[in-house]
Write a protein that binds this ligand. Structure first.
Ligand code: GUN
Length: 293
């Protein structure tokens, strides 16, 4: 069994991005700039945004965080987005999700200028992804694709099972892996909360991608010997093994599944670090005007 080390891979790719950012600044005089909007005090969202800021500074991308209280009105938020949409200094804009219940995520995402939508969530960019046109690929699926690529994992003709149909992970990763591309050319089965025989289907997978949001849901009985297992889950669970009193676990029961898988991503240090790398790559693409000129 081999561990897919997302942390190390992300470190390597960040070096490559830093060189490309330096080149853009030296030759075009252009500093890539990412703006992030954070609404409210959700601790997980605050950590994610802080990590994005830190990663930007590591590779030389400018970042600005716009923080708003959770009682900001939808109208005020849409005005803030409009302001950033029109700011020529800013290349990429993300609005950290989830948003408070009184704000429509759909309206917010649709208000982002597609040319700055480095999360790849705008319907225009989702449509382009479906058609295989140049676009910003959503960060987590793009990170998974890059891990498969960098670890030379054969995907062509493989049975890939995805657990979870979210717009952010399950649905787009199923599209990307079924495309005529490398990585890609998989036969993909997308399972969700209404799927019958989910455990049996999971066991048929050569490549199993788990993004359902249930701690340690996947056990060794659900995994074929030699399967590649990609765990997108991240949960804080109480633990008496650590000083902090909690530890992070994925949707996969790592200890049990590691014995049957050929490759497996750990949590933390698997898919998570790759997600931020994808966002940096999309921001660089936006600054170079590779998708929308
Ligand atoms: N919340 C969870 N994942 C994401 C993501 O990829 N982008 C944004 N903006 N919010 C998220």
């Amino acid at each position: 069994m081999k561990i897919i080390d997302g942390k190390e891979t992300a470190k390597q790719i960040k070096k490559e991005i830093a060189a490309e950012v330096a080149d853009l600044i030296d030759n075009k005089g252009k500093d890539p700039h990412l703006a992030a909007i954070l609404v409210g005090e959700d601790p997980a969202s605050q950590t994610y945004v802080r990590n994005k800021e830190k990663s930007c500074s590591e590779v030389g991308i400018l970042s600005s965080v716009y923080r708003y209280p959770s009682d900001i009105t939808e109208k005020e938020l849409l005005e803030a987005i409009e302001y950033i949409n029109n700011d020529d200094e800013i290349d990429g804009l993300i609005v950290q999700l989830p948003l408070p219940d009184h704000i429509s995520e759909k309206r917010v995402i649709e208000s982002i200028n597609p040319a700055k939508d480095v999360d790849g969530f705008h319907p225009m960019n989702v449509g382009k992804m479906m058609l295989g046109l140049p676009t910003y690929l959503p960060a987590t699926p793009y990170g998974i694709i890059q891990l498969l690529e960098r670890y030379d994992i054969e995907t062509e003709g493989k049975n890939c099972v995805v657990l979870g149909r979210s717009h952010i992970v399950g649905s787009p990763v199923s599209v990307l892996l079924s495309r005529k591309a490398n990585p890609g050319n998989c036969t993909v089965t997308l399972c969700h909360s209404r799927t019958k025989n989910l455990k049996k289907i999971a066991k048929s997978a050569d490549i199993l991608i788990v993004a359902m949001g249930q701690p340690k849901f996947v056990t060794h009985e659900m995994v074929k010997k030699g399967a590649v297992v990609i765990d997108v889950g991240i949960h804080r669970v109480p633990s008496d093994e650590t000083k902090s009193g909690y530890k992070l676990v994925g949707d996969v029961d790592f200890e049990k599944v590691a014995g049957v898988a050929s490759y497996i991503t750990p949590v933390p240090g698997g898919v998570g670090p790759m997600t931020i790398v994808s966002l940096l790559q999309n921001t660089l693409k936006a600054a170079r005007k590779e998708v929308y000129s």
